[in-house]
Design a protein around this ligand. Structure first.
Ligand code: HEC
Ligand code: HEC
Length: 374
């Protein structure tokens, strides 16, 4: 189904502070819209209840890490909108959750990237008309370097600093995990129920995790309800913020239902402009989705900006020659105080949806859900 896309003139109803709007209606490819009603899933991995049950347990189970101490949920936790609330994630050897998590001194492995939220990643790549590129083509990571949730899941498992540690090399770790899981009868029964086979393969592990991730959606925000016709779902300040968001040129890149064009841009944010922590030259990064953005501080790929206010200050002084879509921003800068609070109000409207916060009571491995977290 096509998402609702409304002319931004409508956004001004209820606003008294803005008069002239006509030149600011964005071209259609730069509009924003509600999330599609249907969650896409690949032809070779349709979402089933059995896969989701298994995938949830795997997502929470630190048995997937070399030293059985880190789970996907360690860094993608419901308390932090399925990110971790940290500037840079701490995986192997760390203890604690979120900002309170500390790296161990013997194993001081940190990562060089800010954890992204897993919420709504089922729609990664969706365009303004609500069309997804096909789940097998959905771009993943800050630099789009991997396609599909299925392929993505192997990344952290094989990564030295995130989950693998030094006990296994990157060719050993996945066979090791398959072996561990196949020795637990409860897991074998869950794999059989989900895939019709008692073989615990890499193929089945990543498909179960991806099917679970496709259930982590937050699409009932005030903004979505407003776009679907509920005039009262957004407050006047939120509507003014939506207007500001378009008027300031933000939708030149933050467009569509995820507020991302999913394209790579050069905005000289964070340390990537010096090449550090970047997989692509010059700090070229995908436009960050702004879904749930009020819950995913700190910001940018290296977490270098603590608050939304810091981000607005960044954009007020950004080098507009860095990217063609920045050059086009002709709105007055710096962003003044009133505009900032309206933008923040708008960001609340795209962040306030209910999402699944279930933490499993127990895991078939007997390990603590989420690993070394409270
Ligand atoms: C140590 C913390 C950590 C762990 C553990 C971890 N992740 Fe991540 N995750 C990250 C970081 C950091 C990024 C961004 C990495 C990058 O862009 O290079 C990320 C990115 C992602 C993305 C991409 C989201 C997007 O919009 O592109 C998905 C999906 C994801 N992780 C799922 C998982 C799954 C599934 C697991 C377990 C198999 C997992 N993660 C384990 C920290 C972690
Ligand atoms: C030229 C394209 C472009 C424009 C225009 C743009 N952004 Fe961004 N935005 C990006 C990219 C790319 C990132 C990720 C950058 C990084 O982490 O290195 C980002 C990141 C962000 C983030 C951080 C999200 C997170 O989870 O870390 C916020 C907030 C944000 N932008 C808000 C805005 C606002 C507000 C405007 C308008 C004033 C705007 N952006 C204009 C491309 C753009």
């Amino acid at each position: 189904m096509t998402p609702a896309i409304r002319c931004l003139l409508v956004a001004l109803i209820g606003s008294t502070s803005i008069a002239c709007v006509d030149p600011l209606v964005p071209p259609p490819d730069r509009a924003v819209g509600s999330l599609p009603a249907r969650v896409p899933s690949p032809d070779d991995n349709p979402t089933t209840a059995e896969k989701v049950t298994l995938g949830r347990l795997l997502f929470w189970d630190p048995i997937l890490s070399g030293d059985r101490d880190v789970a996907c949920a360690t860094c993608h936790h419901p308390d932090f909108a399925y990110a971790d609330g940290r500037a840079l994630s701490v995986g192997v050897g760390g203890t604690g959750l979120g900002p309170a998590r500390v790296a161990s001194t013997e194993s001081p492995h940190g990562t060089t990237r800010n954890a992204m939220s897993v919420l709504d990643t089922a729609w990664n790549g969706v365009n303004v008309r609500g069309e997804s590129p096909g789940p097998a083509e959905a771009p993943m990571f800050w630099d789009n370097r991997t396609l599909s949730l299925e392929a993505q899941a192997l990344g952290p498992i094989r990564n030295l600093d995130e989950m693998r540690g030094t006990s296994f090399d990157d060719t050993q770790i996945v066979p090791e995990i398959s072996r561990r899981l196949s020795e637990i009868p409860e897991y074998v029964a869950l794999f059989e129920a989900a895939f019709g086979s008692r073989d615990v393969t890499e193929h089945a592990i990543v498909r179960a995790i991806a099917a679970f991730e496709r259930t982590l959606v937050a699409r009932d925000s005030s903004f979505d309800r407003y776009m679907l016709g509920d005039e009262s779902a957004m407050s006047p300040a939120q509507k003014r913020g939506l207007f500001e968001f378009v008027a300031r040129g933000c939708t030149r890149c933050h467009s569509g239902p995820m507020f991302s064009d999913f394209r790579l841009h050069t905005i000289p944010a964070g340390k990537a402009r010096h090449g550090r922590g970047s997989h692509t030259p010059g700090g070229v990064m995908r436009t960050a989705s702004l879904r749930n953005v009020t819950r995913t501080a700190p910001y940018f790929q290296d977490g270098s900006h603590a608050t939304l206010d810091d981000v607005f200050t960044f954009y007020a002084h950004v080098d507009r020659s860095a990217d063609p879509d920045l050059a086009g921003i002709d709105a007055p800068m710096p962003i003044d105080f009133g505009a900032r609070s309206d933008l923040e109000a708008f960001f609340t409207a795209i962040s306030d949806a209910a999402y699944d916060t279930t933490v499993p009571d127990r895991l078939p491995s007997g390990l603590r859900p989420g690993g070394a977290i409270p």
